[in-house]
Ligand binder design. Sequence first.
Ligand code: NAD
Length: 456
Amino acid sequence: MFDIAIIGAGPGGYTAADEAARRGKSVVLFERNLLGGTCLNRGCVPTKALLRSSKTYAEAIGGSEYGIASSGVQLDFSAMHTRKAKIVTSLRDGLTKLMKKDKVKLIEGEAQIVSANDASCTIVCGNMEYEARETVIATGSVPKRIPIPGIELPGVLTSDDILEGEGKDLSSLIIIGGGVIGVECAEIYAALGRQVTILEAMERILPPFDKEIAQRVNMHLKKSNVKIEIAARVAEITQQDDILCVRYCNKKGDEQQICARGVLIATGRTAETTGLFVNNIHAKLEHGALVCDNDGRSSLPHVWAIGDVRAGTTQLAHVAMAQARNVIRVICHEEQLMNEQLIPSCVYTSPEVASIGITETEAKERGLLIRTAKVVTGSNAKCLIEGGDSGYLKLISAKDNGRILGAQLVCPRATDLIGELTVAIAQDMTAAQLAAVIHPHPTVNELIAEAALQLI
Ligand code: NAD
């Protein structure tokens, strides 16, 4: 009998395994594919590695702006993927070592819960049975497929196809869905000089982000020759020789058709619980995701869920890791550590985008009295040095007590800067406290100090 069984070894699963093992628990961790899950093998890490390569290519071509003129710049798509694979493998090797050091029993294969009662769960994997007092489900999510004719055609891809293995070298690409995956993949291919079109159903790309951020990203992508159709209703995908064509209705209601070498479906992800429960075990599900209480407890006794598979969760690796730390603490009768409500969001475009806390629009909708300060990157030395002069940082504070409530950034290193602002909000810091801290010069961080000063 194990103390804790964990199904799925993505960021949620391996973090839970490490937390549990460090508390002296015996842990069995099941993974049907590769240690590291979606994030490491076909998600966050490969995307960012490919974005780095495509940025290097774009910079090499556009180097004359920096005084470096070059000719004969060669794109080696396969070498890009080899570099990505090296990074992924090295991180996965690190995880393997960590699990070994933690004495976590790693079982390769598809796990199924065959019985769950008040004392334990029985899990079958291969032809072996395992029993555990507590079971944590961390099976993640899979790309959502929209129900339109032609979705099963070869050449219709998901992010898995673009990010895993050798990737897909395509001279033209239609991306259905202008969310985070759609936008980051558009950035990769556009920087490589490929023809990219985004078809987004809503009125703007990156719908959950602030309108102004979406406009900036929209502007940047258009400058990189990405064609963007908003309010597009996709009807069908057809194949004509080795070309795929997408029929859709544009914003005006006119029927259109565009064709490309590949079509990427980036319309969100669905919780993965397929085949997880057998023998008439019924866990409460919502659209396939496990319904849990605030501690992560599912409707089954001693069965917990973390990450993308938990209903209502923001599908981000750092949220899965935070939930893992909290669930293991609850299982071990300790206080939760992580504040699961304060979630930074990042998009790794050029310039980068990051957001934390409330936006100006949300504050208005909630009737909050706020003050805002906006600093443009054109006034910051490091941003100009980095070539990122078309962005901004917006800071929002409460009018009465000056507490920082939110921040939105479109600037170089925004995804790193957001950490400081997340800490400020988590620690109830005021604009005055933030402004009183010396920020080094020249750095992009000075944008934060500058905005804070404007709020006092
Ligand atoms: P998403 O929910 O961010 O975006 C999906 C987009 O597709 C939305 O804009 C939606 O309006 C659009 N859409 C849905 N149906 C459509 C249709 N029929 N036609 C046209 N457009 C349609 O999902 P995603 O981009 O697939 O990403 C999946 C998950 O992975 C998200 O939760 C995301 O946060 C996460 N992710 C995060 C990062 C990051 O943090 N940098 C990167 C990649 C993915």
